[in-house]
Design a binder for this molecule. Structure first.
Ligand SMILES: C[C@@](CO)(OP(=O)(O)O)[C@H](O)COP(=O)(O)OP(=O)(O)OC[C@H]1O[C@@H](n2ccc(N)nc2=O)[C@H](O)[C@@H]1O
Ligand SMILES: Nc1ncnc2c1ncn2[C@@H]1O[C@H](COP(=O)(O)OP(=O)(O)O)[C@@H](O)[C@H]1O
Length: 284
């Protein structure tokens, strides 16, 4: 029997519009304040449910499949364990987002897997229960499950939904994989930005505490930022390597994109406060 394939579940990217590091906890994780917004640029996942309980993954990127510890299979396994379902799934990942770029592709894939399988397996976990599983997979996973642009504190799991302008972004994707753990372990990372209230943050200057360090360690990131900042307010997202410039209209972003040097890669995407994943779930 062939099981019906449920297609095109999006796993969107996020940008950290600011990323302030306020301190380091005893367990090594960092206290931070950050503002997440989704962009309309996504990986796509398909799922076919089976009765055997088996989990398999296919992808256009062999590295993801080769990694048996990948976040998609870990998310699916965690949901099986939590719910004791006997169902399994064959999963296809169409990877479009650059990996290790600070736009959260791996975390978003995990979130989409949890949300989609919770629906397709009819395991009926609440959003809060899914978020708990998500946090055990990565600090960034909860915001993708909640699906709303949000201000985050703690290690990234205390979320307050915020309604932000939805501009167009030109995202440059330097060809370098920045390890989140390496950045957070770097002795030169500033960790002393004072915590501010959300109201104060919304009216203060935004910055990314990882940016200077990552630009110093990775000249491609410094180069991308130096180019983009000539045209628009620009910043690095997360722990890099991607950098984004903000534009009022698509046309403005396209005009600058057309001038991009041939050795720089990137894309244009609209900011959105509602994750495309939520819209996909609503269609079911
Ligand atoms: C920095 C952020 C900002 O959105 O994004 P990315 O640049 O990775 O996309 C996130 O906080 C990343 O979240 P995520 O990528 O899920 O990180 P995790 O897998 O939980 O952690 C990877 C490693 O980063 C460090 N880490 C992560 C989060 C945090 N608040 N403090 C940390 O010190 C830890 O050393 C951990 O071992
Ligand atoms: N489904 C997945 N997609 C991408 N990366 C994954 C996935 N599962 C595990 N990973 C691991 O997570 C690392 C960082 O992933 P990614 O989310 O793309 O970067 P970032 O956290 O910088 O935004 C990858 O290099 C890879 O080792």
């Amino acid at each position: 029997m062939t099981n019906k394939r449920s297609i095109a579940w999006p796993a969107p990217a996020k940008l950290n519009l600011f990323l302030h590091i306020n301190g380091r906890r005893n367990d090594g994780y960092h206290e931070l304040q950050t503002l997440f917004q989704f962009i309309e640029q996504s990986d796509l996942l398909d799922f076919a449910i089976n009765q055997t309980g088996e989990l398999t993954l296919h992808s256009n990127i062999s590295d993801v499949v080769a990694n048996t510890d990948n976040l998609i299979l870990r998310a699916a396994k965690s949901l099986q364990q939590k719910t004791a379902t006997t169902l399994g799934a064959e999963i296809w990942l169409d990877k479009k987002l650059p990996m290790g770029g600070g736009i959260g592709g791996g975390s978003s894939d995990a979130a989409t897997t949890l949300v989609a399988l919770n629906h397709l397996w009819n395991t009926q976990l609440s959003l809060t229960q899914l978020t708990e599983i998500g946090l055990s997979l990565g600090a960034d996973v909860p915001v993708f499950i909640n699906g709303l642009s949000a201000f985050a504190e703690g290690v990234g799991e205390k979320l307050i939904a915020v309604d932000l302008p939805e501009p167009w972004y030109l995202v440059l994707t330097p060809d370098v994989h920045v390890s989140t753990a390496e950045v957070f372990n770097d002795p030169q990372l500033p960790r002393d930005t004072p915590k501010l209230s959300l109201a104060d943050l919304m009216t203060s200057d935004w910055h990314n505490d990882c940016q200077q360090l990552v630009a110093k360690r990775h000249p491609q990131v410094a180069k991308a930022l130096a180019w983009l900042i000539e045209y628009a307010p620009s910043r690095m997202t997360g722990t890099g390597a991607c950098v984004f410039g903000t534009f009022a209209t698509r046309e403005q972003a396209e005009q600058v994109f057309a001038k991009k040097p041939a050795d720089m890669s990137g894309f244009i995407a609209k900011g959105t406060n509602k994750s495309p994943l939520m819209l996909r779930l609503a269609q079911c």
